[in-house]
Design a protein. Structure first.
Length: 347
């Protein structure tokens, strides 16, 4: 009697798996369509509003030289950077939250974005650096925090609390250092730095797009390799070892990939809040509970950041608001809701 029962359960499991896979594919396609629609809107809007037909012609090599320049050199780099940076943040947040089983685990709350802010502010106000040197210094600041997180990751068997506490502590410490440096700065310098630390896409060239695109490609490939062993870590270390995986290696590699994604993004656009925090929970709610939803989280993050940038540029006529202000305005009530919800209390 036991054999037929087992046989009956297997098709049911496969049917659920196929249903989940179809839902994930449908959600991913819908998010990709949303991102493409937002991209087209970003290419149409501006000081010179371009009709959709003219924009599409310029996008595929037609139209006038001025239209092609506006599409490919002015608007496309910013829109592409928003999509890629948002995807990188969404993927980084999903990796952290899956690893720590904590919906509050994200680069901005773990101190990685704060470390990037310290590096950039120090490079600008103290060292007097400009351009790519500021981005390099921001990456170094985030990487320094990452080293501490990697050391704390050795104790992840206790549920990751040490990693979370270390990250939150560095976030507060980074805010204090930035505040001190701003207090000592000249007024014109402080204004420039303040715009960066709020998170801004600004006047973007193709260089950061290429860099973040390459980092995202590497991070996505690594995340695909880590997805299955990362899910196995939720079963407990003894069982994971019995299945042939190495928990410490998986966790350390996950932290490295997530930090690389978050630090590279923060080095170019500053510490943008909410995207890494909210992308994964939104993606999982769309795909279904229990799903890892890494690709969906990346698509969600890219769509959210691009739409937030459009809101910051055009929602307030005559004023351009940095994208970090828009995401922060959305993220603050979301974080309060998360803390007040049952998930937040359990975390």
């Amino acid at each position: 009697m036991s054999a037929p029962a087992q046989t009956g359960r297997a098709p049911g499991f496969l049917a659920v798996h196929r249903t989940t896979a179809r839902r994930a594919t449908t959600v991913a396609a819908a998010l990709a369509a949303l991102a493409f629609a937002a991209l087209c809107l970003a290419l149409v809007l501006g000081d010179f509003v371009m009709p959709p037909g003219d924009m599409l012609q310029a996008l595929f090599g037609g139209g006038t030289q001025i239209e092609r320049y506006i599409v490919w050199q002015v608007r496309m780099p910013r829109a592409a950077l928003a999509l890629l940076a948002g995807a990188a943040l969404g993927l980084a947040g999903a990796l952290f939250q899956t690893l720590l089983r904590n919906p509050l685990a994200s680069p901005d709350l773990l101190g990685i974005s704060g470390g990037a802010s310290v590096g950039a502010v120090y490079a600008t106000l103290v060292a007097g650096w400009t351009g790519a040197a500021i981005a390099a210094s921001a990456f170094a600041g985030a990487a320094a925090v990452a080293v501490v997180l990697l050391l704390a990751a050795r104790a992840l068997a206790d549920g990751g609390y040490r990693l979370v506490l270390a990250g939150v502590g560095f976030a507060f410490l980074s805010a204090s250092i930035v505040g001190y440096l701003l207090k000592r700065a000249q007024e014109d310098q402080a204004g420039t730095v303040l715009k960066w630390i709020t998170g801004s896409l600004g006047a973007t060239t193709w260089e950061p797009v290429v860099v973040i695109g390459a980092v995202l490609a590497l991070g996505a490939a690594a995340a695909a390799l880590l997805a299955r062993p990362l899910q196995l870590t939720e079963l407990g270390d003894p069982l994971v070892r019995g299945l042939g995986a190495h928990p410490v290696v998986v966790r350390t590699a996950t932290v490295v990939v997530a930090v690389l994604l978050a630090a590279s993004t923060a080095a170019f656009i500053g510490p943008v809040s909410f995207v890494a925090l909210g992308a994964a929970p939104i993606a999982r709610s769309l795909v279904g509970r229990g799903a890892l939803a890494l690709p969906t989280a990346a698509l969600t993050g890219g769509s959210v950041l691009l739409i937030a940038d459009l809101v910051g540029q055009y929602a307030f006529p005559g004023h351009s608001v940095p994208v970090g202000v828009v995401t922060g305005a959305v993220g603050a009530p979301y974080l309060l809701w998360l803390l007040a919800s049952s998930k937040g209390r359990r975390a």
